[in-house]
Design a protein around this ligand. Structure first.
Ligand SMILES: Nc1ncnc2c1ncn2[C@@H]1O[C@H](COP(=O)(O)OP(=O)(O)OP(=O)(O)O)[C@@H](O)[C@H]1O
Ligand SMILES: [Mg+2]
Length: 322
């Protein structure tokens, strides 16, 4: 478990993290999303002790992250693998040797039978068995990130910290890398903290997400809850516009969850109530393997009460838009 309690961090006069409190559970994929400069990377670097913080507390598996005891911090850092947008591979080393690097750093012989077995099994896990002798320049971006992921796993960390791990990749390769991260989370039970500014990343793999803006947590929760029914701040981050809505009548936004998303509530309502209304705006989205959506309808003012009562009866979440 990773716990942040009232963490504050500044670079000289610039306050970058302002009273951040978060809890990340064991085994979950936790997203941290926000615009450029929000403080995401700084937050991640504070978690793994690459940056110090001025006040508050960061606990990783019950241990305080602090540079006061260097040896203790080093051991704690061993439990946290890290991957970056820029892959950070050594060009002169092949895939196998890049993955072996952290072992060398920790004084573990990468030629030992145990190390060999470990490295080869990781190469297989990330799907690079046919590339183990290739140099980075012979690899595509997605393949380089696979090497970086295997390298981050070679010391058997309990936590994987990912900083914009897919920002440099095209959408299809992004999906592949995210699936790989999800597989690693499921098969190895590794907790993942995923920093990103891409909504797609959060939607595809995160179980919970925190929105960070100007060093503060604006909102936290399940992505489907935050995205489908965003509050003002989250909406402005998503730059979501429900477009121009009619001035006459009443505009009602409906929210569909997994169970109700494919039920024909709308057509059924038109039939059952025998009223006319128009659909102004709609979206359906996938979150992990679930579908969530929302829809804005415009109904005549005199029908509002009837429609709302009907939606309540059908257990559809709704909200009248002003
Ligand atoms: N070493 C540093 N010294 C001084 N200021 C820094 C340092 N690192 C980051 N900052 C500042 O802290 C703020 C947050 O930076 P950070 O890199 O954490 O943002 P971010 O959310 O990761 O942004 P991006 O999405 O662009 O990566 C920025 O204003 C940045 O200029
Ligand atoms: Mg960053």
């Amino acid at each position: 478990m990773i716990t942040l309690k009232n963490v504050r961090k500044n670079f000289e006069n610039l306050e970058v993290l302002k009273d951040i409190s978060l809890t990340i559970q064991d085994g979950e994929i936790y997203g941290i999303i926000g615009q450029s400069g929000a403080g995401k990377s700084t937050l991640l670097r504070c978690i793994n002790g690459l940056e110090t913080y001025q006040s508050g507390e960061i606990l990783v598996n019950g241990q305080l992250v602090s540079n006061k005891q260097e040896e203790k911090l080093r051991l704690l850092q061993k439990e946290m693998g890290m991957i970056f947008q820029s892959f950070n591979l050594l060009n002169r080393l092949n895939v196998y040797d890049n993955i072996a690097l952290p072992l060398k750093f920790w004084g573990i012989n990468p030629k030992s039978e145990e190390a060999k077995k470990k490295i080869l099994s990781l190469i297989e896990l990330v799907g690079l068995s046919d590339k183990k002798n290739a140099k980075p320049r012979e690899l595509s971006g997605g393949q380089k990130q696979r090497v970086a992921i295997a390298r981050a796993l070679v010391l058997d960390p309990k936590i994987l910290l990912c900083d914009e791990a897919t920002s440099a990749l095209d959408p299809e390769i992004t999906r592949e890398i995210l699936s790989l991260l999800q597989k690693i989370n499921e098969e190895l039970g590794i907790t993942m903290v995923v920093v990103t500014h891409q909504m797609e990343v959060v939607k595809q793999i995160c179980e919970r997400v925190a929105f960070i803006k100007d060093g503060k947590v604006l909102a936290e929760g399940k992505p489907e809850e935050l995205f489908v029914k965003p509050d003002k701040d989250v909406k402005s981050f998503l730059q979501e516009e429900s477009g121009l809505l009619p001035q006459e009548g009443v505009n009602i936004q409906l929210f569909f969850s997994d169970e109700s998303a494919d039920e024909p509530v709308i057509t059924k309502m038109a039939r059952d109530l025998d009223i006319n209304f128009s659909i102004c705006w709609a979206k359906l989205e996938d979150f992990r393997s679930h579908v969530y959506g929302s829809l804005v309808i415009n109904v005549p003012t005199e029908e509002q009460e009837k429609v709302c009562a009907y939606l309540n009866k059908e257990h559809v979440l709704w909200e009248v838009l002003s």
